[in-house]
Design a protein around this ligand. Structure first.
Ligand code: MN
Length: 230
């Protein structure tokens, strides 16, 4: 059995912790056992805890605090939770240090980039000249609303297997990629939609494959890669 850590978000008061079931179902579909992790994990236990995991799934969620990548927040960033960010950053860094596979989605991908020294656009319309809709109506989350161009020769391109459209629920994106990461896909308006590491088992995607699995089962390949990374 492959044990895959999944970080839970906390509510605004840090009184409840939760993760969307779609992430856990995706791990189960690949034969993995999801292990829910919260920011109440004592920091000193992280090395031992991560050592027992076979991979880490970092889910989507709220904006990352710009303070953590050296910026003051612009007006478009109204809600952040630095304690939650710090927990997930520590978790990601421990997983990277131990060489554990990581699949990171949306906010999770942004966190991985920040954990490794990268920066973010706080708002892609204001700062990155985004011109297409990256924040679709959520009534049909499996609706693929914009295309992406995969970078030839990447692992991500192979896993996508010709799929060229994705869903989109973000107003932020990666600005400067962290050292050691490479671009794996771009949107038509130049927003980074996926990255990977050529040397480490790390994949990050800006879209939400966990919401596409019924409509487009091919996206399960991303989770298969996480659970069974060779
Ligand atoms: Mn997008």
């Amino acid at each position: 059995m492959q044990y895959i850590g999944v970080s839970c978000a906390c509510d605004g008061t840090a009184d409840q912790y939760a993760v969307k079931r779609s992430y856990l179902d995706a791990v189960r579909r690949c034969g993995g056992c999801p292990v829910l992790l919260t920011q109440l994990t004592p920091p000193e236990s992280l090395p031992h805890l991560v050592a027992g995991l076979d991979g880490l799934l970092v889910p989507g969620g709220i904006d990352v605090s710009p303070l953590l990548y050296g910026q003051e927040p612009i007006q478009a960033v109204t809600f952040t939770q630095e304690a939650q960010d710090r927990f997930e950053l520590a978790l990601i860094r421990e997983a990277v240090a131990q060489g554990k596979p990581i699949l990171a989605v949306c906010r999770g991908a942004q966190l991985v980039n920040v954990a490794l020294g990268g920066t973010l656009y706080q708002d892609i319309h204001e700062q990155a000249g985004a011109t297409i809709c990256h924040r679709q109506d959520s009534r049909i989350p499996s609706e693929c609303t914009h295309t992406i161009s995969t970078v030839p020769g990447t692992l991500f391109e192979r896993l996508m297997n010709g799929q060229t459209a994705v869903n989109s629920f973000h107003h932020q994106a990666i600005r400067d990629l962290a050292p050691g990461l490479v671009a794996a896909a771009w949107s038509a308006d130049g927003i980074l939609e996926a990255f990977e590491s050529p040397t480490r088992p790390i994949l990050g995607v800006q879209f939400h494959p966990e919401l596409l699995l019924d409509a487009a089962p091919g996206f399960l390949a991303l989770f298969q890669q996480l659970v069974h990374w060779e």
